[in-house]
Design a protein around this ligand. Structure first.
Ligand code: SF4
Length: 176
């Protein structure tokens, strides 16, 4: 397996090893670091942008934000796997964020969506945003609407070939 792929069926230990590899480490990251990176966009961004500054990276690895570390196991593996894939896809865009118009468009679609849920009790779904989480993928929506690489898993009621964000639904997305 290469550093560019995070196997969606991997165990938590494998995900820690692959995230360590993605950061250029020769050992896995701790479970706390992986959980914190998947819970905190700013922590994940700091880790990935510190890959070539070992001292900074060591400091970040030694002090994952405590509030972002998970405290229960319900749904953990699925959230970790989805979060890992989202993080990797986002890193490949150079951490591109949506422009204000696109973000507003996504936000309005989510606010009107019947699959939107209140913020989850799982720490990996922690969000202070009133947007809550997507009931179809479990991701915090404040992050999802901001990350350019994200897609909406819901199908538009008006056009079955498009998501509720208006994105064309690809064959790969249909099979996901
Ligand atoms: S299905 Fe799409 S529109 Fe609905 S909450 Fe999820 S991301 Fe938002």
């Amino acid at each position: 397996m290469t550093s560019e792929s995070l196997d969606i069926h991997a165990s938590e230990g494998q995900l820690c090893a692959e995230f360590g590899e993605l950061l250029g480490l020769d050992e896995p990251v701790s479970k706390d670091v992986l959980s914190a990176a998947l819970s905190s966009e700013s922590y994940a961004r700091s880790l990935l942008s510190s890959r070539r500054t070992p001292q900074m990276l060591r400091m970040l690895l030694a002090s994952p934000p405590q509030r972002a570390i998970r405290k229960n196991e319900f749904g953990t593996m699925e959230l970790l796997q989805r979060g890992s894939r989202a993080l990797l896809a986002w890193s490949k865009t150079g951490f591109s964020t949506t422009d204000p118009v696109e973000r507003q468009h996504r936000t309005e679609a989510c606010l009107a969506c019947p699959d939107r849920r209140a913020s989850g009790s799982h720490p990996l779904q922690a969000t202070r945003s009133e947007l809550g989480v997507c009931g179809l993928c479990g991701c915090p929506l404040s992050r999802k609407v901001s990350m350019k690489s994200e897609t909406c898993p819901g199908r538009s009621a008006d056009d079955p070939d498009r998501s509720r964000w208006g994105q064309a639904i690809t064959t790969a997305a249909r099979q996901a």
